[in-house]
Design a protein around this ligand. Structure first.
Ligand code: PRP
Length: 185
């Protein structure tokens, strides 16, 4: 399969260069899948992906999980088309599953300020699940301002704008199979 993976890419007039390669990403996700399969053995967890950004990560992660599991999605937005969080979370789609008594694994592409995940973890905990844990592919530790428990992290990254592998810049760039970082600024 020929994946879309240039070294440098221009999106909406800004230049991005590759930061995490396809191989590095897949290798790490494979490890996370193994860890989750061990930790959730006999628990039939339900993965809840946060649209839009997490769809590619979740699709890959689940294929490295070797225990019975389910999936559902919800949709949040806090960035609109900007590079900086609006500070408000909008709920654009609810989950369909009943998560009472279930082991829930929240799946994000990135935790930046932590606002979205804080909002989501609080919301899920009010639904009486058996447990809630958080998996994120990327974590910008320096930018996180909310008190959050992050149980599984793919990569800690610097506080710079990233795009690709599900992450967008003004809705573009999600189809890149690697993760790219803004060249300047
Ligand atoms: C991104 C990302 C997370 C959130 C992280 O979503 O997918 O949900 O921002 O930022 P935070 O930690 O500062 O809350 P975005 O609002 O850009 O929507 P998208 O997933 O549709 O791209």
């Amino acid at each position: 399969m020929d994946l879309y993976q240039p070294e440098i890419v221009n999106i909406n007039g800004e230049e991005f260069r590759v930061y995490l390669t396809h191989e590095e990403i897949q290798q790490r996700i494979k490890q996370l899948g193994k860890e989750l399969s061990k930790d959730y053995k006999d628990k039939k967890p339900i993965f809840i992906g946060v649209l839009n950004g997490a769809y590619i990560f979740l699709a890959d992660l689940m294929r490295y999980v070797t225990i019975p599991c389910e999936v559902d999605f919800l949709k949040l937005s806090s960035y609109g088309d900007e590079k900086v969080s609006s500070g408000e979370v909008q709920e654009l789609k609810e989950i369909d599953a009943d998560i009472e008594g279930r082991h829930v694994i929240l799946v994000e592409d990135i935790i930046d300020t932590g606002l979205s995940m804080k909002f989501l973890a609080d919301k899920m905990n009010r639904m009486n699940p058996a447990s809630v844990s958080v998996v994120t592919l990327l974590h910008k530790k320096e930018a996180t301002r909310y008190d959050l428990q992050i149980d599984y992290t793919g990569f800690n990254i610097p506080n710079l704008f990233v795009v690709g592998y599900g992450l967008d810049f003004a809705q573009e760039g999600r189809n890149l199979s690697q993760i790219y970082i803004l060249q300047k600024g």
